[in-house]
Design a protein around this ligand. Structure first.
Ligand code: ARG
Length: 458
């Protein structure tokens, strides 16, 4: 271990498995660029405060750009003692510009601040990508809801046919979930994008480094104001995992509806071939695998979130190696979420809506609330009208006649206040148009929702 970066006080060697067990280079190498940019900013700030010379800084920067080029050209060779991206880059810098100057890069710096600087910069940038992917998905929802306004379908509670709604209303119901996710993501991003640089190992920087200058160079929005907090904190990862868990919960629920609606029994939609797969045994099968994976991956997202919270619970202040365990959930979560939004977008953009099947699934019983409302408009108390309409349902079941085919006489036998105009009640379009208060499923209110939703994207 004496030839490790931190090996000065060591004489014994490291167990070979321990060497691997301790290393994070297999995954943190992905952030080589953030690590290099952070190092350049740090060296520049050290030059400003005079702890290294301007020439030394220039040499360090030149060397680090060389290292960056090697990563980009895939020629960087990872050595057995390269524990993580920070030690690997510094080791290589020493080989390129010589240890005398390279050895000054880490003056006043700790990997404890460096690691979270890298992670925060990377996650901030990934959040921007996910944000734009999410906006694109919501745009597809809004566009379909607008273009397909007027298509009617059963709306369900308890998975029982409840009332007639527009297909657009169903789409928008999820659109607003995702728009809230977008708002929340923008909020999370503010706390991710703060600079830990200058926090040192835990107690702060001893060379009066200009923290603001480094933060600005690296595109951070502000500082983490307490050095111990800066190196101990992985809330920025946890919060992102929590955000993504809720997002995946919405995605999963949305996927479940479409899986159900694409079954032969419902047949409301059909999923494009591009997002389906076949069966190796049953030739007729077309399975909604894209949607099933969206549903399934929600479990993976929740697992990472719960795992990282458990890792942190009960940790003593400040940096402990346990925190290295925040890397993999972060990396995996970003991939899961980013892939999932794009798949969801693709599924929706290519989905075929089968209006006729939706229409055929409407049932006159879904108008029984409208029947009760009819009498309410004649001044009858709702509790009474609910009961009367219920008796009409019972009558129709008893006679085996759809409710809209009961004669005026049969209706009047149940309640004398039914007039000829009651027959207008048995109309699905009317039922939908009656829900004309804000947020309802009438055409005008659906189109209004589309506008509201689009405005949330800005
Ligand atoms: N690879 C480490 C991590 O991800 C970097 C920080 C190491 N710091 C230390 N004191 N050992 O957490």
């Amino acid at each position: 271990a004496e030839n490790m970066l931190w090996g000065g006080r060591f004489t014994g060697g490291l167990d070979p498995l321990m060497l691997k067990y301790n290393a994070s280079i297999q995954y943190d190498k992905l952030l080589y660029k953030e690590d290099i940019l952070g190092s350049i900013a740090f060296a520049r700030a050290n030059a400003k405060s005079g702890i290294i010379s301007n020439d030394e800084f220039a040499e360090i920067e030149r060397g680090l750009r060389e290292v960056q080029k090697e990563w980009e050209a895939n020629t960087f060779v990872i050595m057995p003692n390269d524990e993580d991206i920070h030690t690997a880059n510094e080791r290589r810098l020493g080989e390129i510009i010589g240890k005398d100057i390279a050895g000054k890069l880490h003056t006043g710096r700790s990997r404890n601040e460096q690691v979270v600087c890298d992670m925060r910069m990377w996650l901030r940038d990934q959040i921007r990508v996910i944000e734009s992917q999410l906006v694109a998905f919501i745009e597809v929802i809004a566009a379909r809801a607008e273009a397909e306004v007027g298509i009617l379908m059963p709306g369900y509670t308890h998975l029982q046919r409840a009332m007639v709604v527009m297909w657009s209303q169903h789409l928008l119901s999820f659109g607003f979930n995702f728009a809230s996710d977008l708002e929340r993501l923008r909020e999370v991003s503010k706390r991710v994008n703060r600079s830990p640089l200058g926090a040192g190992a835990l107690a702060g920087n001893g060379f009066n480094i200009d923290r603001d200058m480094m933060a600005e160079e690296l595109g951070f929005n502000g500082l983490l104001w307490n050095s111990m907090n800066a190196v101990a904190d992985r809330d920025f990862v946890t919060e992102f995992l929590q955000w993504g868990s809720m997002f995946m919960q919405h995605i999963s629920r949305w996927a479940e509806d479409l899986i159900l609606y694409s079954s032969t029994e419902f047949g409301f939609v059909s999923i494009a071939d591009a997002y389906s797969t076949g069966s190796s045994l049953m030739p007729q099968k077309k399975n909604p695998d894209g949607l099933e994976l969206l549903r399934g991956k929600a479990g993976r997202a929740f697992g990472h979130m719960a795992g990282l919270m458990m890792t942190q619970k009960g940790l003593p202040s400040t940096y402990n190696k346990d925190l290295q365990e925040s890397w993999e959930p972060m990396l995996d979560h970003v991939k899961t979420i980013s892939d999932s939004v794009q798949i969801a977008n693709g599924v929706l953009a290519t989905l075929t809506v089968r209006q006729d099947r939706m229409r055929a699934a409407l049932d006159p019983f879904m108008l029984s609330t409208d029947l009760a409302d009819y009498l309410v408009r004649k001044g009858v108390p709702f509790r009474e009208t609910h009961h009367i309409s219920g008796r009409c349902v019972a009558k129709s079941e008893e006679l085996g006649v759809p409710m809209n085919e009961l004669s005026l006489e049969q209706l009047q036998a149940i309640d004398g206040r039914f007039m000829e105009d009651v027959l207008n009640t048995f109309n699905y379009e009317t039922s939908v148009e009656m829900r004309s208060a804000k947020g309802g499923t009438s055409r005008a209110r659906v189109l209004e929702q589309v506008k509201v939703l689009k405005a949330m994207l800005a």
